[in-house]
Design a protein around this ligand. Structure first.
Ligand SMILES: Nc1ncnc2c1ncn2[C@@H]1O[C@H](COP(=O)(O)OP(=O)(O)OP(=O)(O)O)[C@@H](O)[C@H]1O
Ligand SMILES: [Mg+2]
Length: 315
């Protein structure tokens, strides 16, 4: 069992006005993992992050980070956590280089111009170091938020919708950067509406809906458990019924017997998987002219879990 770097127990938040944004929630984050928190708008993702980062006062529950109780050792623990907030919260009149250096100083760390230079270069902000933040584009401002969050070398990094409103190229850069941070041993918790982002990056997935953490699971296990493999096999000669020799496979005939439709689990089963089916067809001399296989994505799984409420569709 990998050590939990962040341990959330019974965390609850009810905002003034009575909205239960977070129902009692337990979550242990492992050191060095990338954890993606998925959920529709208003699910409670930012509230959860806000509680850990001290922006939201929990109604109940406890949080410990690095073995420190966040209520008792708040400053010590918070100094090792970075946050890229969802909302642009940044001094628009300050210059890029200075605002990033300031974020480091805020945690009482000595100035380190070379570290700041490396950081700005890695985010392609070095050329903009003397530009006032207000003159940057939205995507550039988001990079500045990331630089600010990393300025004090945090061991846990929260990224709340880091790629909302950024172009494809910057998204790629951001994924690259997150990968590098992981290699340096930084633990990363991100929220995203781009499910393929979670599919690409995350080690584990948490799904939250209406304040309730519905599941937490290893990404591959989740996709194997809830995923589906579907295939359409176009037959050379149409069949009237599924032959007896294929009775062990999850298949049915479609399109007047000209297509064999396969629908199996996400796991590649050696007995009933698609590869076994193809071998059987060949062995039985059932000729086919086309084979189209489709694996369900994390997005399909997410929609299945959250349902098809209009507000629940991933953006
Ligand atoms: N400061 C606040 N005061 C009152 N209610 C709030 C406050 N902040 C959030 N809420 C409510 O709490 C619920 C959860 O909001 P939260 O921002 O945590 O959701 P989210 O999952 O981050 O959503 P999104 O994907 O839109 O960012 C929502 O119903 C929201 O309206
Ligand atoms: Mg949010």
């Amino acid at each position: 069992m990998v050590e939990a770097i962040l341990d959330i127990r019974g965390l609850e938040k009810t905002y003034a006005g009575g909205i239960a944004a977070l129902r009692p929630t337990d979550l242990a984050i492992r050191k060095g993992e990338i954890f993606a928190l998925l959920g529709p708008n208003g699910a409670g993702k930012t509230t959860l992050i806000g509680c850990v980062c001290g922006l939201v006062t929990p109604t109940a529950g406890g949080i410990s980070a690095f073995g420190l109780d966040m209520a008792r050792d708040w400053r010590k623990a918070r100094a090792r956590i970075g946050l890229v907030p969802q909302e642009l919260s940044i001094d628009m009149f300050e210059r890029v280089g200075r605002t990033v250096a300031f974020s480091r100083a805020l945690f009482g760390l000595p100035a380190d111009p070379r570290r700041i230079e490396r950081l700005l270069k890695s985010l392609s902000l070095w050329d903009k170091r003397d530009t006032p933040v207000r003159e940057l584009s939205g995507g550039m401002k988001r990079r500045v938020l990331i630089a600010k969050a990393l300025a004090h070398d945090p061991e846990i990094l929260f990224l709340d919708e880091p790629t909302a409103g950024v172009d494809v190229e910057l998204r790629r850069d951001m994924w690259g950067l997150i990968g590098e941070l992981r290699e340096q041993g930084v633990t990363i918790i991100l929220t995203t509406h781009y499910i393929e982002e979670a599919e690409e990056m995350a080690d584990r997935i948490g799904v939250i809906d209406r304040g309730e953490l519905k599941l937490v699971e290893d990404k591959h296990a989740l996709m194997a458990r809830l995923g589906r493999t579907e295939a359409r096999i176009t037959l050379a000669v149409a069949l009237d019924v599924v032959p007896e020799s294929l009775s062990g496979f999850p298949v049915a005939l479609g399109e007047a017997g000209s297509v064999l439709c396969y629908r199996g689990s996400g796991e590649a089963d050696p007995q009933t998987g698609i590869a076994a089916l193809v071998k059987r067809l060949v062995a039985e001399g059932i000729d086919f002219t086309g084979l189209d296989v489709r694996q369900s994505s994390l997005e399909d799984i997410f929609v299945d879990l959250i349902g098809d409420r209009p507000e629940a569709k991933p953006a």
